[in-house]
Design a binder for this molecule. Structure first.
Ligand code: G6P
Length: 427
């Protein structure tokens, strides 16, 4: 294993950066010998604040890690072993548009699912493909660990259009795996959980205890636990749905299964973009304080916890060539039946110094196969639309998304969103 590791963070002005740094500092140098962190962001103000806080956190921990904040992508990538991509093209202002315009058409606006997710993808695809091409040129052996949303679409775009070693990460399914392990620890021994689906359309469909399939009993047990819990326990509906599906879904599938309820709720609220803008204002205010040398308290309200844990599990599995089983978005390559081989899927993968190889997963249960396949068609068409800047392909993507379908609505909404984002798409 290399004794000196360089990590380049692209989008280092993100409010997620302090959690990442905290995670690096919490790990012993021999497990993860990170000696150089390079920070790159197009937003110089946020970049400067996060670089300052990073330096102070490292000094307070008494560690020797070189930090440089760089305004040139290629220089920032030079010599990197890992590149973490966490960009948000258009910032929270663009997210606010994604979350509000669809609502006018009776469709949910959300940053990764439905029309909002599609527009985030269309903005992001050309930028992330260029970053991956720079990695290919400057540090071709580096692994890109991606957190940029929508993670599955972004992964498919990069893996189809570059040769970069790109792995799509998300804390969503791992959080459910942890929850299952904790909640069932006293009842089932030696638990292993497997998922099938796409990023944010994922399902834990196999739960093994000592090698025996206990999925049905485990879901029943979790549903019973929830019944005994208080009335307002949000998990209750989730485990009821799990009983029907025969698998535990990620919360994001509620945008499909509880569509009307989600739309009704969204109408009466600040958008998530507005909420996050408020939180981030506080995060950056704290982070800019020269006497602060730890993660800002306001980050507790940000969400996306567990982010750095996942990143380091991948780095460790790659560096130590461990073959650990971890969840990632990767190219299907036949792991899931009836999904294109070159499309991205989110599955348990074996991770070693060659990267992440998905475990053969087979059929998607009929209970949610159609949902996964339609969303996959929408995602692949979105990649094609984003690369070709084609209105026709974007319209097809919209109509393949189960949240939209209606081509008359899709067409009007598409034009309004293209114009709101100043995107020029031709037929
Ligand atoms: C979860 C999702 C991520 C998302 C994060 C924050 O971890 O899996 O994809 O970025 O939450 O979401 P938010 O809506 O709070 O920005």
């Amino acid at each position: 294993m290399k004794s000196e590791i360089k990590v380049a963070i692209v989008g280092s002005g993100s409010s997620y950066t302090p959690e990442l740094i905290e995670g690096i500092l919490a790990r012993a140098h021999d497990t993860l010998p990170i000696t150089h962190i390079s920070m790159f962001d197009v937003d110089r103000r946020r970049q400067g604040i996060m670089a300052g806080l990073t330096e102070r956190m490292i000094n307070a921990a008494g560690r020797k890690i070189k930090v440089d904040a760089c305004d040139d992508l290629d220089r920032s990538l030079a010599g990197a072993d890992f590149v973490i991509t966490q960009i948000r093209v258009g910032g929270m202002e663009a997210r606010h548009i994604d979350e509000t315009v669809p609502l006018k058409y009776g469709v949910i606006g959300q940053e990764t699912t439905g029309p909002g997710g599609m527009f985030k993808a269309l903005r992001t695809i050309p930028v992330i493909v260029n970053i991956a091409k720079a990695v290919e040129r400057v540090c071709p052996d580096a692994f890109i660990l991606n957190y940029t949303n929508p993670s599955g679409i972004v992964t498919e775009a990069v893996l189809k259009h570059t040769r970069a070693k790109f792995i799509g990460l998300c804390a969503g399914i791992p959080a459910i795996q942890d929850e299952i392990r904790q909640r069932l620890a006293g009842t089932f021994g030696n638990l292993k959980t497997y998922c099938v689906g796409l990023n944010h359309v994922g399902f834990i469909h196999r739960i093994l205890s000592d090698g025996r399939d206990v999925t049905r009993q485990a879901i029943d047990h979790l549903a019973e636990q929830d019944k005994r819990a208080s009335e307002d326990n949000r998990d209750m509906a989730r485990m009821d749905l799990a009983r029907i599906l025969g698998a535990i879904p990620i919360g994001y599938v509620n945008y499909f299964y509880h569509q009307r309820e989600k739309i009704a709720k969204a109408k009466g609220q600040l958008t998530r973009a507005q909420q996050v803008m408020g939180i981030e204002k506080d995060v950056f205010l704290e982070a800019a304080n020269p006497s602060l040398s730890r993660k800002p308290d306001a980050l507790k309200r940000r969400g996306g916890e567990g982010y750095s844990e996942i990143t380091f599990s991948f780095m460790k599995a790659i560096l130590h060539n461990s073959g650990e089983e971890l969840v990632a978005s990767v190219t299907n390559n036949g792991a899931v039946d009836m999904i294109d081989n070159d499309a991205s899927v989110e599955l348990v993968c074996r991770v070693d110094n060659n990267g992440a190889v998905p475990l053969k997963t087979g059929e998607i249960p009929l209970a949610f196969r159609a949902l996964v396949q339609s969303v996959k068609a929408y995602e692949t068409l979105t990649v094609d639309a984003g690369m070709a800047r084609s209105r026709r392909l974007a319209l097809l993507a919209f109509t393949s998304n189960p949240l939209v379908l209606d081509i008359d609505i899709a067409s009007k909404m598409l034009d309004e969103m293209l114009s709101a984002h100043n995107l020029e798409y031709v037929d």
